[in-house]
Design a protein around this ligand. Structure first.
Ligand SMILES: NC(=O)c1ccc[n+]([C@@H]2O[C@H](COP(=O)([O-])OP(=O)(O)OC[C@H]3O[C@@H](n4cnc5c(N)ncnc54)[C@H](OP(=O)(O)O)[C@@H]3O)[C@@H](O)[C@H]2O)c1
Length: 512
């Protein structure tokens, strides 16, 4: 039975607590760190685990990649000249890597580090769909195991919160429940997943590649392909969701004696209103289509406009995380999964996004003309099936590419550079479609009954204290308004201010 909570009691819980956060340099991590510091300035310490060679470099990363970002604007205004001292007092940079046992700390460092920790929030992950299998395994599978082992060494620990993803469920249809994974469970009938064997396979494949003197490029490609092959063998769409599912399995298996909450958000999008609307970082998932349309480099994509896309703003995810931690903080046996999703209680179809996008760009044409002038756009074209999209691409892109290739051969390679550039772009688009198809053609809906129960015990804010507002009810979102006034302008602003290079773009592309 969970006790009723209001905003003050949620924020109050974090007073004098020491919290270890992994993944703070990531998108969600920043929203979380900012929120905790803003709603509970009397938090004792936030230990931010950062990959860095030494504490000074970790500190610098925090200054530039976390507290220096625009999401901290409101907190900065609140503290004025005292902001830097406040950050110095509250944030403790901690060098560590979740891929390594004990995060790479020696025994004395570990003892010193673990003795004060009350709460651990594990948000670190590789979120690249097409990650190398070894990297994804070390981060999302062994990383979860290392965090759990560390948690068990923290004498004061009250809560371990692990961030997973709703898409560990695979390509299911209908209502998908907040059900834990059993060890060895897969999504394909007739297969059994032995996590130890997967690690052995990775190590064996790497040993063979090294014995054959393969270049780094060959190893990278082989490891990426191995991840995708193993994921598909067991029924998952990509290496990311496959390894996240294995991470959950290990946590389920190992967490005994350590209260644990797993949250599974769907696609996390820009903040709805807290600390201000529209903050986001990284161009990923639906942002790619918005950015591509704005730059006029993408005029078509795969999406069945009648299907529901499950997106949830980052500030709602963080609010749900904080309320869930408080709700289970007194239960040493806590063990629960929360879908932090929107499709069940406030479904948004792709049609709403497409319509909002067209309205937005027709009202605010982007400056993509020859001389940087505003241009009037054509409507984006959506294909409902991969087969119809492939046919379109074959006729409109692959065929002309083949012809260019022939002309190039006839003219002794005059167009070689152009040929390989177009080829690269074509392959990239094909990969993008392949990786995104399971999401944009997803027919499931995430049941968030556990989260609904949390919404019911959380008293509505009687004191209407906006600074302590924990809203995670997707029913409060008006999707067309959110897409038109928040999400799309947020993506465009991010593109203008932070997206400097195309390589950044392609790095972000395959993430969720
Ligand atoms: N974004 C979404 O739409 C979405 C949806 C559902 C679930 N999630 C989950 O939410 C969490 C946060 O996602 P995000 O989008 O904020 O991710 P993100 O922006 O890609 O950031 C990932 C974070 O993990 C850290 N990290 C990666 N490997 C690490 C390692 N070996 N040791 C320590 N830290 C490491 C990164 O640190 P560096 O800066 O050092 O690389 C970074 O801070 C993840 O668990 C993800 O699976 C995300």
């Amino acid at each position: 039975m969970i006790a009723e909570m209001d905003a003050d009691s949620v924020a109050g819980y974090f007073r004098s607590k020491s919290i270890l956060i992994t993944g703070s340099t990531g998108f969600l991590g920043k929203v979380l760190v900012e929120k905790i510091l803003r709603v509970q300035p009397d938090v004792k310490k936030l230990f931010l685990l950062i990959r860095a060679p030494d504490v000074e470099s970790a500190k610098l990363r925090i200054q530039t990649e976390v507290t220096g970002r625009e999401i901290f604007r409101v907190l900065k205004e609140n503290h004025g000249a005292g902001f830097d001292n406040f950050i110095e007092e509250k944030i403790c940079p901690s060098v560590g890597n979740i891929m390594k046992e004990n995060f790479g700390l020696d025994n004395s460092q570990l003892k010193e580090f673990s003795k004060d920790i009350d709460i651990i929030i594990n948000g670190a992950a590789t979120t690249n769909f097409f990650e190398r299998y070894d990297v994804a395994f070390d981060t999302n599978v062994l990383g979860a195991k290392h965090v759990c082992a560390f948690a068990k060494n923290c004498p004061k620990l009250k809560m371990l919160l692990h961030v997973s993803t709703a898409y560990v469920a695979g390509e299911k249809e209908g209502l998908i429940s907040e059900k834990p994974f059993l060890m060895g469970e897969t999504l394909r009938v007739g297969t059994y997943l032995d996590i130890e064997s997967e690690l052995n396979l990775i190590n064996k494949t790497k040993r063979e590649l090294i014995a054959n003197r393969s270049t780094d490029k060959v190893v990278r490609k082989a490891m990426k392909e191995l991840g995708l092959k193993r994921a598909r063998h067991f029924g998952w769409a990509n290496t990311y969701v496959f390894t996240k599912a294995m991470g959950e399995m290990l946590l389920e298996h190992l967490h005994e004696g350590c209260p644990m909450v797993i949250i599974r958000p769907s696609i996390i999008t820009s903040t709805l209103k807290d600390p201000f609307p529209g903050w986001m970082e990284g161009i990923r998932t639906i942002d790619i289509v918005i950015a591509g349309y704005a730059k006029q480099t993408m005029s078509f994509f795969l999406a069945d406009l009648d299907l529901i896309m499950d997106v949830i703003p980052g500030d709602m995810v963080v609010s749900a995380m904080m309320v869930a931690m408080v709700a289970h903080s007194k239960d040493q046996q806590a063990h629960i999964i929360y879908h932090v999703t929107s499709s069940h209680h406030n479904p948004a179809t792709y049609a709403i996004l497409a319509d909002s996008g067209h309205r937005y760009f027709f009202d605010n044409p982007p400056c993509t003309g020859r001389n940087g002038e505003r241009v009037r756009l054509k409507k984006m074209r959506f294909f409902r099936t991969t087969a119809s999209l492939r046919l379109y691409m074959a006729i409109n892109y692959k065929l002309p590419l083949e012809m260019l290739h022939l002309v190039n051969i006839t003219l002794c390679g005059v167009f070689s550079r152009r040929c390989s550039e177009y080829n690269r772009k074509y392959r990239f688009l094909t990969l993008l479609i392949e990786l995104y198809a399971p999401y944009v053609l997803f027919k499931g809906r995430f049941d968030d009954n556990n989260l609904e129960r949390l919404r019911m015990v959380r008293n509505k804010d009687q004191n209407n204290n906006e600074a302590c507002w924990f809203d995670f009810d997707p029913r409060s979102i008006k999707w067309d308004d959110y897409f038109y006034n928040v999400l799309i302008p947020g993506v465009l602003k991010y593109m203008q201010t932070e997206l400097h290079s195309t390589s950044q773009n392609s790095n972000d592309v395959a993430r969720l």
